[in-house]
Design a protein around this ligand. Structure first.
Ligand code: SAM
Ligand code: SF4
Length: 507
């Protein structure tokens, strides 16, 4: 593709009328002064005020900005301990002891933007550019399926060669892959994507091929910082085009949305407030908040000075605090912690309320297939450094992380049922808020964990996993919620069919 063609493509991406329609009297839902005021006015809450706010979260009610600002500025270590415990309790109420797994798949590192923190940025001449063909997407998917995954998040740089039509083809390709397992075939049952903001017409193309969740991170909600890190002459330089990306997705019919901020670009307390305002505006305009929130911490990226020298880099301690406040502020929203983080920290924040994570992760383009080619360790290291966006903190395989979670008393869920029987958007929000979704998910978690243990688990994981399944089955059989009507009976039949080798059985 010629440089001129790329320039022409860039000019037609942003549609101003698809920004203006979401403004409130010409203004954004992010008002920096208002956020600063909340942070300034809620510095010194007393213990009782903080405990009242915690109680509100425990009732699974979303917090207001002033309440979140108060939690963010707690200094008393004793109160933080209470907040950590409440985070876990909220998670238990809404999501039970379940963790959902996914695998990222990086399809392309071609990018027309110049984000100062990202290894894929246009100006990074050390980056070897590559975009997967559909055959390569198929090969990568096969490797991911062989690990036992059922969900993917597919990631793309912003470029005319990875436009909505390319993204749609990759989604269709991934759904089409079947790979032999110990019993029958494995497959990806849900394809989520992380891609640049698009027009409503382009988003409809993704909706038509069965996109799962559409994820866009605002990076930073702080406009002056955003302007510094994203050159104005790039598509990404338009803050508002990005801020309303998920509003457009709603209008395109995609009601399963994921927001996030890249922590380390600006003050973490401000970003938590930005995420909350984003969730509130989606609820206000469409009646549905985001399904998940992500809070990646910036990690060192090749040739990026800011990725290692930003004065806002977030410490482990503050990271745990910000995850806890998010858990308490939007109690019914999923929280995603990724393999960017080290294993020990990941364990810590799962304890305060995260609901989704990844494992066996490769973020190089073609990384899964290359790892399989049994390259020597040195060759592999060299290959990965120049084609991946940043450095991972936890490279363990899915089997190892699943086993660790079992040891922590948590069950891995590969469930994708909710989406396929219409439990999405406002329906799932209602179920989550009333703590019913966790109950359905418990049953589906057991069914999909059974599949995993029989099809993919190592002997050690299987042995310890069996004990957990037994405990879960006992709990389900004794719980009055499941004993009402025929739910328990249906589940018992489904469990037996799964044990007998039938796959993709769900409630
Ligand atoms: N190009 C699309 C976009 O910018 O929305 C999607 C792909 S981009 C690779 C996905 C996300 O990676 C970005 O939204 C950003 O938050 C994250 N990212 C970029 N550089 C990073 C770094 N150094 N450390 C951690 N995450 C980073
Ligand atoms: Fe491109 Fe996204 Fe990286 Fe920015 S964050 S350089 S848009 S891939």
């Amino acid at each position: 593709m010629s440089d001129l063609a790329v320039k022409e493509w860039i000019k037609q991406v942003i549609k101003n009328d698809e920004i203006d329609k979401y403004l409130i009297d010409g203004e954004d839902f992010i008002n920096e002064q208002e956020i600063e005021n909340h942070l300034n006015n809620n510095r010194k809450s007393d213990k009782q005020q903080i405990r009242d706010i915690i109680q509100k979260s425990l009732r699974i009610e979303r917090l207001e900005p002033a309440e979140t600002a108060a939690l963010l500025q707690v200094e008393d270590p004793e109160l933080w301990e209470e907040m950590y415990a409440a985070g876990l309790e909220v998670k238990r109420k809404v999501y039970d002891n379940r963790i959902v797994f996914f695998a990222p798949l990086y399809c392309s590192n071609l990018c027309v933007n110049n984000c100062a923190y990202c290894g894929f940025r246009y100006d990074n001449k050390d980056e070897r550019r590559r975009i997967l063909t559909m055959d390569e997407v198929r090969q990568e998917t096969e490797v991911v399926i062989s690990e036992g995954h059922k969900r993917m998040i597919v990631v793309y740089g912003e470029h005319p060669r990875s436009d909505a039509d390319y993204i749609a083809r990759t989604i269709e390709t991934i759904y089409g892959v079947k790979k032999k397992a110990r019993h029958g075939f494995g497959e990806i049952r849900r394809v989520n994507i992380n891609a640049a903001p698009m027009s409503i017409a382009d988003l409809k193309k993704l909706w038509n091929v069965g996109i799962g969740t559409y994820q866009v991170f605002q990076e930073t909600y702080h406009k002056p910082t955003y302007a510094k890190l994203h050159p104005a002459n790039t598509i990404k330089g338009n803050y508002r085009w990005r801020l309303y990306a998920l509003h457009r997705a709603m209008d395109a019919g995609i009601d399963d949305l994921a927001i996030g901020a890249l922590f380390g670009l600006y003050d973490w307390r401000f970003e938590v407030m930005g995420l909350l305002y984003h969730a509130i505006d989606l609820e206000r305009q469409f009646g549905i908040g985001p399904h998940t929130i992500s809070f990646p911490r910036m990690t060192p990226a090749s040739g990026s000075f800011i990725s290692t020298h930003s004065k806002y880099l977030v410490s482990d301690e503050d990271f745990k605090k910000l995850v806890t406040v998010l858990r308490l502020s939007v109690p019914y929203t999923g929280l995603i912690i990724t393999a960017r983080e080290r294993a020990d920290l990941r364990r810590d924040v799962i304890r305060v309320g995260c609901t989704q994570t990844d494992a066996s992760t490769k973020i190089g383009i073609g990384g899964y297939t290359e790892a399989l080619k049994k390259l020597s360790q040195l060759e592999l290291a060299n290959q990965e450094i120049d084609k991946q966006q940043f450095i991972l903190g936890d490279t363990r395989r899915l089997d190892d992380v699943v086993r660790e979670l079992v040891e922590m008393g948590m069950i891995t869920s590969f469930c994708t049922a909710g989406y396929r029987c219409g439990r999405t958007g406002d329906k799932i929000m209602e179920l989550l808020k009333s703590c019913k979704e966790g109950k359905f998910c418990k049953l589906n978690a057991v069914l999909t964990f059974r599949e995993y243990l029989d099809d993919y688990a190592s002997p050690e994981t299987k042995a310890i996993g069996e004990k957990l399944i037994e405990r879960e089955l006992t709990e389900i059989r004794q719980n009055p919620f499941f004993r009402k009507g025929t739910l328990l009976q249906s589940f018992e039949k489904m469990y037996q069919r799964t044990v007998d080798g039938e796959r993709d059985v769900y409630i």
